[in-house]
Write a protein that binds this ligand. Sequence first.
Ligand code: ZN
Length: 396
Amino acid sequence: MNMPVAAAGWVSLLAVLAVPLPALAAEAALSPAWFTAATASAPLCAGSGRRVHIGFERAAAAACRIDADGHVHVTIAPENRPINPSPWYGLVLASDAPASTIVTLHYGDSRHRYAPWTAEPGAPAVRLDPQAVTVPTDQHSVTIRLPPARTRLLIAQPPERSDDVLAPFEARVRAGQLIRADAGHSIARRPLAVYLHRPAKARGTIVIITRQHPPETSGPQAFARFTDVLLGPSRAARAFRRRHALMIVPLANPDGFAMGHWRHNLGGVDLNRDWGPFTQPETRALGAAITAEAARGPILAVIDFHSTFRDVVYAPPQPTGADLGEAMLQAITGDLAGADIRIDRAHNPGNGVLKSWARDQFGVGALTWEVGDDSPTTRTNHLATAAAQALMAAAR
Ligand SMILES: [Zn+2]
């Protein structure tokens, strides 16, 4: 479905792109000190002059062995089953001499999903040359040829830690732009960070949330750009913020994120199937926070950012003319950046998905915006900017 984007939208889009935006956390390099700390822990396995460490915050591995020829084998397993399989990995490899290393990741009956990235101390992460990555036809493993280095991170997505995720919002709290009002705690007592913008006279609140599913990175990238535009210095953004409250949740599943989970929270539950049942502290606390916000004024839109194999937006079943979510859909699906995005208007009440719960609870056009795992960053940023612009224009 393609809808036209108003010509004026292009003008304001270009105006926003001219504003320098801070680098996304994923572009930051991990310091040599970080690598030193990561390799100071006991290795998961060692042999043939090589050691494998689970040093990264978002990583877990079930088993590890190193052959006499230095070939490294690591078994990657999910937190529990059944699960929607998204094998996540993050290993720090250290070697006595800077030799090339062959690593095979074994996924059991799950399939390879994330193309590997690598980082060396002090350098930004880069995606490995596809020539160095071999996936067998059954996809139950991947074999990766790593270039020589004494220490190297091998990771499923660009490296990103909890602190990186919250940093842009913490900076806005320090600058007095946002209020931090945590919804509560996860099972492991990690804070459920909520950032609020509350003007004196708000028409209502826009709820923006991401990282219910720990490995997803491209959706959170769209979230980062989307919130950055709404909170930015443009005239449209300042006018928008004078009349609209924002509730921003950058890390809805902090335990799963920190522990390298594929999908679930520490209770072994998919949080995006728990809106309604509310069996988990994370969804219970965030649901209560959104409901409390609704008592102050109407919830105008709920946007939940995810990642999957391709770009798809799950939207309300019936477009309603004045709906803020529809205005964003028009911008996302318009002929922008060569967009090829599927719109899915299925609505399954009671399925525990945030989008369905929000629609039934507040009658708003809630969106689940899924960004493809490998969608180009520039395109994702274009779409997120256009959607934020459309939201601000429609909310006038
Ligand atoms: Zn997801």
